[in-house]
Design a protein around this ligand. Structure first.
Ligand code: SAM
Length: 161
């Protein structure tokens, strides 16, 4: 757990610095217990943050405002977000993993193509799972040093165009 949190902190800090000059909201896929949401709102206090999950099961203090919540299956809510927001996101953080690797692989395959249309040119996608973002227009970035040191798997892609 410490390695995971250290990796997420390093990757989110790296992303915040990298997108500093880029407008647009952050999309947090996987509110869970609200740990990474809390980090995002602390290090990017001026960004709008839209949050996705099946439901809210975080501590009350970490519950996002209801008008920023997309509740339901990612496969549905990401489609709704394209209609509502368009390709505006400066950062998507997809923290979607569970202990069921087969289930996670199917989810990653399904949501990869739904995430792309939400990200603006120059924007980043971070994830705890390998998403199918390797095609034209995407570049996989190396992890920042503090994340690489933990050896906890994490992935970063930049949208080139
Ligand atoms: C790893 S947890 C997120 C942890 C959170 N980022 C944190 O720091 O506490 C993954 C979350 O994804 C949500 N999730 C899993 N599959 C989903 C799906 N198909 N649609 C919407 N949410 C889903 C789960 O409910 C869970 O809260």
């Amino acid at each position: 757990m410490l390695a995971r949190l250290a990796t997420q902190r390093a990757c989110l800090d790296f992303a915040a610095a990298r997108i500093a000059g880029l407008p647009g909201p952050v999309l947090e896929l996987g509110l869970g217990k609200g740990r990474t949401y809390d980090r995002i709102r602390r290090i990017m206090p001026d960004r709008d943050i839209f949050v996705f999950d099946l439901d809210t099961h975080c501590p009350p203090a970490l519950k996002p405002p209801s008008d920023t919540l997309f509740l339901g299956d990612f496969r549905d809510t990401l489609r709704a977000a394209v209609d509502r927001l368009g390709n505006v996101a400066a950062l998507v953080h997809a923290d979607i993993g569970s202990e069921d690797q087969a289930r996670d692989a199917v989810l990653a395959r399904d949501i990869g193509p739904l995430i792309g249309p939400l990200v603006r040119q120059g924007g980043l996608v971070l994830s705890d799972r390998q998403l199918p973002l390797s095609g034209d227009g995407w570049e996989r970035l190396p992890l920042p040093q503090d994340a690489a040191r933990t050896a906890w798997p994490y992935f970063i892609w930049a949208r080139l165009h």
